[in-house]
Write a protein that binds this ligand. Structure first.
Ligand code: UTP
Length: 279
């Protein structure tokens, strides 16, 4: 599998960085990711399409964002990057709808746009895996090769938030959502100026807030519902920050004070408990 994987990259093996660790086996995916003690903190980023692909494709901002990622990588942090579709995806979905596509077809066309968006990031992130990945299970092996995995969408019926959440769950990594909003609010801040931003929430409260907001006509979700359930079931520490404030984003990764919402639930209770409401 590793041999195949290296051919897939297309990059000549020139140094030890390209070699998979000796202890790793192609037949033996280890799902015990969170216990990999050699790795510093790993973050799975859900980069909302709204940040760089809204009114236009913001190449200079993508470059600055990726330079921040490179800086953090030099400090020892690792990332899996999942990129959303933005306005272009919605334009393509509208076109596909006009041409008779069903919902599955609309998801399929948007997934292709998320992958095209994601491909842009591979050009500027140091040591990025040079193809947009489609299988969440590959993320760990790509990181073990010293590369940064980049994803777009993977599966119809969800959004890229779910791709990022499932990878974070698999790897025992933290989840960071970057969007055009600076945190999670009590209501859509674009519609209700008095909405209050939460600096911290439990997973249970995040999910109930999401349900309450989604049930309002025209309600905007700060994360997709499937992703929220994954984050909740595995109590994945999650941060919601403004994607364009890079100093703030870097503070979030470095564990310093930052503006945004942290979703976390202390897991000091019985690990075998199935009580979903437990906090
Ligand atoms: P996004 O993740 O960009 O969703 O996927 P979004 O909520 O519209 O993102 P923002 O608001 O721009 O940040 C765009 C669309 O791509 C399809 C879905 O149709 C989704 O709405 N998609 C994406 C999938 O079907 N599966 C995926 O895994 C990812």
């Amino acid at each position: 599998m590793f041999d195949l994987f290296e051919k897939f990259d297309g990059t000549p093996k020139t140094d030890s960085e390209q070699s998979p660790p000796q202890s790793d086996s192609s037949e033996n995916y280890s799902y015990n990711y969170s216990q990999n003690s050699s790795r510093q903190k790993t973050f799975v980023l859900s980069v909302g399409g709204s940040v760089f692909f809204s009114d236009k494709l913001r190449a200079p901002e993508i470059a600055k964002f990726c330079e921040s990622i490179n800086e953090l990588k030099r400090e020892g942090f690792e990332f899996v990057i999942v990129v959303g579709g933005g306005r272009v995806a919605r334009v393509y979905q509208a076109g596909a709808k006009a041409l008779g596509a069903n919902n599955f077809g609309l998801d399929e066309v948007a997934i292709q746009i998320t992958r095209a968006n994601a491909l842009l990031f591979t050009h500027i992130i140091d040591n990025a895996w040079k193809e947009v990945l489609v299988d969440p299970k590959k993320a760990e092996n790509v990181l073990l090769l010293g590369k940064t995995p980049v994803y777009g969408g993977t599966t119809p019926g969800q959004t890229t938030d779910s791709v990022a959440a499932i990878i974070a769950e698999m790897m025992g990594a933290e989840f960071i959502n970057l969007s055009n909003v600076d945190g999670i609010y009590s209501a859509d801040p674009n519609k209700e100026p008095n909405a209050k931003m939460y600096s911290e929430l439990s997973h249970v409260k995040m999910v109930s807030l999401l349900k309450a907001q989604a049930s309002k006509p025209g309600g905007h979700s700060f994360v997709d519902a499937h992703a929220a359930e994954i984050l909740k079931r595995s109590k994945i520490k999650s941060s919601f920050v403004l994607g364009t404030d890079l100093e703030n984003f870097k503070n979030c990764v470095r564990g310093l004070e930052f503006k945004g919402t942290v979703v976390r639930t202390e897991s000091n209770s019985n690990p075998l408990s199935t009580n979903e409401n437990e906090e």
